[in-house]
Ligand binder design. Structure first.
Ligand code: NAP
Length: 316
């Protein structure tokens, strides 16, 4: 029997609808959460991502604005822009689209974002909050992975979870989120010995590697839940055949566009997994939905913090 398909598009739509309802309620009390996106230069992939983020903000009713400094921008100029966004009360979330040009000190720029407005959850303060289980802003893609598991009724506590990949953006935070939900977590990387053997222990296997179709059926325990974070574009016919030979729907879109997407998990895994996220339409749609959710969370947390501070001051 084939795996149950975990429909990320549907789950993301549910989350966006919940966020839109919350934005409406906040707006009725005079608060419209705002997101500022900083897009440097003209990277075509970044432009597509940012367009999606701005469009989605509008759809859920958030205020959004886009800043587009030129490719030649300096670190100091970007720091000035971030400082200005940090100061502005109507901006609750700041997102700096990566990558930044080589002359820019990306770490300094990301560190300058007010942790309370860090809707990407990349600031060391938010990383610390996550690892010490304090309220904070969690990176969007890993948060999306957890929503898929939760909303699909996949048990986490006590389960063996294996994350393949240890990036700051996906692998490490997803491992921490699973650990915080009481999974027994193993994090794998390029130096892991016997990767297939370690992966086969997993009840929940998260692939965040950046290598097309690397997780084949011999990496997967039958019945396991497989979450495929990878997004890889393939244009080569032989490679296409390796993943999608005989798949009429894919064949049609490949013939039309000359490319198709494949995850880090080989499509054959769907034959033995218990549940699996497709690519496209799995984790991908969750990333933007969680950005919307994080912006609302940031707005509420900042206001909550302020009213708490006010209360403390009034008590003194
Ligand atoms: P990354 O920073 O390049 O990290 C890749 C990780 O995979 C590294 O930890 C690396 O190990 C590990 N790795 C590479 N080759 C390996 C191998 N042969 N065996 C075992 N581990 C190996 O990538 P990322 O930013 O985490 O992204 C991972 C994938 O997710 C990419 O396909 C990316 O496009 C996708 N992604 C999707 C979304 C979304 O919205 N769905 C968001 C973000 C990323 P080392 O640390 O040892 O080098």
């Amino acid at each position: 029997m084939g795996a149950r398909i975990l429909d990320g598009t549907k789950i993301a739509a549910e989350i966006r609808a919940e966020v839109a309802a919350e934005v409406k309620t906040l707006a009725a009390s005079g608060l419209r959460p705002g997101l500022a996106v900083v897009l440097v230069g003209h990277n075509p992939a970044s432009e597509v991502y940012v367009r999606g983020k701005v469009k989605s903000s509008e759809e859920v009713g958030l205020y959004s604005e886009k800043h587009t400094p030129p490719d030649s921008v300096s670190t100091e100029e970007l720091l000035d822009l971030i400082a200005d966004l940090n100061r502005r009360d109507e901006i609750d979330g700041i997102l700096v689209q990566l990558p930044l040009p080589p002359q820019v000190d990306a770490k300094r720029v990301l560190l300058a974002v007010d942790p309370a407005k860090d809707v990407d959850g990349f600031h060391p303060m938010n990383v610390g909050y996550l690892s010490t289980q304090r309220p904070g802003l969690v990176p969007c893609t890993p948060a999306g992975v957890m929503e898929i598991l939760k909303r699909s009724g996949i048990p986490i506590a006590g389960q063996e979870a294996v994350a393949v990949g240890r990036s700051d953006i996906v692998g490490k935070p997803v491992a921490m989120l699973l650990l915080n939900q009481n999974a027994t977590v193993t994090v794998c990387h390029s130096k892991t010995h016997d990767l297939p053997g370690v992966c086969r222990r997993a009840d929940i296997l998260v692939a965040a590697i950046g290598r097309a179709g690397m997780i084949t059926r011999d990496f997967v325990k039958p019945g396991a839940t497989v979450i495929d974070v990878g997004i890889n574009t393939i244009t080569d016919r032989a490679e296409f055949d390796r993943y999608f030979a005989g798949n009429a729907k894919r064949e049609e879109s490949f013939a039309k566009k000359g490319s198709t997407l494949v995850g880090d998990v080989h499509p054959e895994v769907a034959e033995i997994a218990g549940a699996i996220t497709p690519v496209p339409g799995g984790v991908g749609p969750l990333t933007i939905a969680m950005l919307m959710a994080n912006t609302v969370k940031a707005a509420k947390m900042r206001r909550g913090e302020r009213s708490q501070k006010l209360e403390v001051r009034m008590q003194k």
